[in-house]
Ligand binder design. Sequence first.
Ligand SMILES: [Zn+2]
Length: 350
Amino acid sequence: MGKILSEPVLLKRLAGTIALQFTVYIVYGNSLVFLTFHLLNQYGLIELFQLDMVKLRRFLVLVQEDYHNQNPYHNAVHAADVTQAMHCYLREPKLAQSLTSFDILLGLLAAATHDLDHPGVNQPFLIKTNHYLAALYRNTSVLENHHWRSAVGLLRETELFSHLPVEDSLSIERQLGSLILATDISRQNEYLSRFRTHLDENDLCLGHASHRHFVLQMALKCADICNPCRPWELSKQWSEKVTEEFFHQGDIEKKHKLEISPLCDSEANTIASVQIGFMTYVVEPLFAEWARFSDTRLSQTMLGHLGLNKASWSALEPEASGSSEEGESEPGRATEEPSSRALSQGSQES
Ligand SMILES: [Zn+2]
């Protein structure tokens, strides 16, 4: 997928192409607003869907502001990162030749909003602290439901799609939900086995809207957890950020004498051990199937980085490398039965 575009680079590329209304946001700290607008513009979606520039700007600014910048990982930069990755996957030949403009609009909006208002703690934490969101969503995909409903709230507040027929805007809201809910890593096996079955039977027909939607779900899942597939220097920084967020949750649990969640105890885990488990049981199985679906240079590069990054973490933590070797020797088993430890981590990292 290449490298993440830095804002100065984006600035250069956008010079002269971005609308006046957005120039005020061409400063550091507005990656999500800037990138999402740029992509919507580049795909011709603003013109095609006749999006009002003032409403769009307001929507994107509100989306960015609804992310918690104090979260080390689940903040607006993660959302921008996922949106950038999603764009790369949408450009893969198999998708690029099949997707409609509506699919691309949904894919980009889902990526930008997929962790909206993330509190920086995971679902088990919300459940054990009797958080109102856990009650509201009946302990099921609590965070993902909240991200989706928050996105819908902002769409309605800004009236971004109010010029479209009601059934179209309702369809956007519904499909946005279906995409965001797919990022619940505790349901990864469900999506992965369906993907694998389609690939085994070679029956994915991207002329069918439902099949395109399923592939978009898989693309968003990949975009969400692709950090281990990026070059080491980038990947390492994301790993440090996500582990900082886990350990922060563990510190809160310790302070309030709650049971410390798996992977959140800074005394019992290291960044390396957390990453090796996550890569082995969650990331590798997903990207192996993605590479079967889209066997391109990008997919092979991502798998290459993944292997190298795992080896780098193993070198830093030799005692944790046993789990790595086990995962490599029995990828099938690892895929069928990911440990609760890995799923627990994934539920936070997504
Ligand atoms: Zn995410």
